[in-house]
Ligand binder design. Structure first.
Ligand code: ARG
Length: 471
């Protein structure tokens, strides 16, 4: 039964067999393994190691297996360790002893490295689509709630008002970088190790380049030892996945706060919320919380992979079999998180009034008022000081900066050590200018730089995002 059993006596200890097999998780590589095998058979044919009839029989058998896999009809035998040996045995059961020629010039070491790269390539394509879906949800919400104003924060304290759309588009930027990282990783992973053999290179003049081209790879690996033991692409993928999860987790954290009735900025749809078994009043943002929680696992997956590799000498070591559970787990977790967060965001209801009221709390337009003084020639540091005094005065009076009267403004200017500020005391237009800058709209309009929250800049950014996403 054991394909490597020639030198062994007796049977494997069941504990050992169960401990060392990977079929419980590597069955997801079946279609990739078959694709790799078909290309390898063609290569063996080109090298004259198989005659045309054998090539035809093997390829037909492998295609039949693929159909069975796709139909979910193939069952795996745990005694056969892994997906590679399961498929080889299944092939022999269907086409007979010629199946024994398939593994010519190939080891499971270059085979699994090839399979994993093929799997990653198609998985990244699926993840990219999920990231795009998440971006569409954010852009859709930004478009719908284009007017909403959010209290922008630093140190979790009120800082400056920003358009809610501007805030959402910040996440679109993060996700676009995530797409770039996925694409980079895919490009570096798209190299074919087949022909590396177990470690020293196949013992036959295989046309490695032809096989790689057939499989859609951009190149072949340049060193057989590296070909079988390189798992950089797994680390890179996990790093990209983990960072993408971190981005989702940050948004999830914000959504949990925003949906707290104290804030009351957003409401999650009932279809994306859960209740409590005990407290009838509860409505919980579970999907957001779980995205935040699962981020820990994906970071753990990355850590596991780095630690797995750090002590491994060349070339293949069995430890490497354990690259798969973290990689598969992280990819599935990221995809599910992207899709559920896209749903959360797409169905979010915004309370613009609550958001707007909060945006004005905490004298968030003070910077804009100082900027207005600077536009009149006052040195920024002096303007900062004058407006600081105005904030203190407004706080004492219990009013907003936009409600300060002319006399209070004149008094604050008069105490400045800046001669231009003092000269502005008699200018009747100044108090009105400062009060205008102290309004939320005026404050945001002042941030009129590329990437700023001035509504016209945000409109441009939103239009660009929509065009990119075909929305
Ligand atoms: N199941 C193995 C893995 O995933 C396949 C490679 C096994 N190679 C070996 N020499 N035992 O790593």
């Amino acid at each position: 039964m054991r394909m490597w059993g020639g030198r062994f006596e007796g049977t494997s200890d069941e504990r050992m067999a169960e401990f060392t097999r990977s079929i419980d998780f590597d069955d997801v590589l079946a279609v990739d393994d078959i694709a790799g095998s078909i290309a390898h058979v063609h290569g063996l044919g080109r090298a004259g190691l198989l005659d045309p009839d054998e090539v035809e029989t093997l390829v037909a058998g492998l295609e039949g297996l693929r159909a069975e896999v796709e139909a979910g009809k193939l069952t795996w035998d745990p005694a056969l360790e892994d997906i590679h040996m399961n498929l080889e045995v299944a092939l022999r059961e269907r086409i007979g002893p010629v199946a024994g020629r398939l593994h010519t010039g190939r080891s499971r070491n270059d085979q699994v490295a090839t399979d994993l790269r093929l799997w990653l390539r198609r998985t990244i394509d699926g993840l990219d689509a999920a990231v795009v879906e998440m971006e569409r949800a954010l852009v859709g919400l930004a478009d719908r709630e284009g007017e909403a104003i959010l209290p922008g924060m630093t140190h979790i304290q009120p800082a400056q008002p920003v358009l809610f759309a501007h805030h959402l588009l910040a996440y679109v930027e993060m996700l676009e970088r995530d797409r770039g990282r996925l694409a980079d990783c895919r490009r570096r992973a798209n190299v074919c190790p087949l022909g590396s053999g177990a470690l020293a290179g196949a013992g036959y003049p295989l046309d490695r380049e032809g096989t790689a081209t057939e499989l859609g790879f951009d190149a072949v690996t340049a060193n057989s030892l590296d070909g079988v033991s390189d798992r950089d692409f797994v680390v890179e993928a996990l790093a990209a996945f983990a960072l993408s999860m971190v981005h989702l987790s940050r948004l999830a954290e914000e959504i949990t706060w925003w949906s707290n009735p104290r804030f009351g900025f957003v409401r999650l749809a009932d279809s994306f919320s859960t209740g409590s078994s005990m407290m009838p009043n509860k409505k919980n943002p579970d999907p957001a919380e779980l995205v935040r929680g699962k981020t820990a696992r994906v970071i753990g997956d990355l850590t596991a992979m780095l630690v797995l590799l750090k002590g491994l000498p060349l070339a293949y070591q069995k430890d490497m079999q354990d690259d798969k559970p973290p990689l598969f787990d992280a990819a599935a977790t990221l995809e599910a998180s992207l899709l559920v967060m896209a749903g959360v965001v797409a169905t979010l209801t915004v309370d613009r009034d609550r958001m707007r009221a909060a945006a004005g709390e905490g004298y968030t337009t003070a910077t804009a008022v100082a900027d207005a003084l600077v536009r009149r020639g006052v040195a920024f540091r002096a303007a900062h000081h004058v407006v600081g005094a105005l904030v203190a005065e407004a706080e004492r009076a219990g009013v907003g900066l936009d409600a300060l009267d002319d006399a209070t403004i004149a008094a604050a200017l008069a105490t400045s050590d800046d001669s231009i500020a003092i000269a502005l005391v008699g200018d009747v237009a100044v108090p009105g200018e400062l009060r205008a800058a102290a309004g939320l709209e005026g404050a945001m309009a002042g941030c009129d730089v590329t990437g700023g929250t001035a509504p016209r800049r945000v409109a441009t950014a939103l239009a660009a995002a929509k065009a990119r996403l075909g929305q």
